[in-house]
Write a protein that binds this ligand. Sequence first.
Ligand code: VGL
Ligand code: ZN
Length: 222
Amino acid sequence: MAETRTPVNALLVIDMQVDFITGSLAVPDGPSVIDPVKEIIQLPFHARYASKDWHPPGHISFASTHPGKALFGLTTIHPPQRLAIANGQNVQWIAEHGLEQVLWPDHCIQARLAHSSSTLCKRIRTDPGVESYSAFQDPWGLLISNLEGLLREKGVTDLYIVGVAGDHCVKESAIDAVKACAWKTWVVREGVRSVSTEGKEWDTLKSAGVGIIDTISDLKTR
Ligand code: VGL
Ligand code: ZN
């Protein structure tokens, strides 16, 4: 007979920061996500975690770092050599692992952001040469955050994700939670806003094995 485990439910709040709500990279309808996220935080989770985008000035994802390139345009970026070599990769591997990067307005710059007193807040994406949308790791797997360790330490079995942006950091974090860490993972739609209003991320999430919960009422009945 299958063993029944008691679920350990954790909430992961992604990048609820001024720059994404009303600031330089504000998602459409940003302020409307604040109350739903606050309500979700109050629900009886066993543990709550938050990620924070936290870039140094001159970060590779800023259009301002690439003179002559268009804001919101694309450029190809490669894994930084120092990180790749430190991870046992070579120049060939670096050359073969270019990725398209959207060039964003300057956002979430360390020196300009107020420090949060929350002990659950983890600062990520601090390397000038790497934009990792996932709160777990960068797209090349060269920089791993402490989040997976925190969740494993707590014995989390089920992960619920809310925050911004739905089509970037929420999406990539949820996909990594399933693929890299094999948690049962849900995204709660009422607590998410995206940069693009097309909504393509929801199909991508479903195909990746992430559960979608539409409303807070649905979440409460679980
Ligand atoms: C994010 C774009 C650039 C996010 C972070 O938090 O979704 N999006 N940096
Ligand atoms: Zn960023």
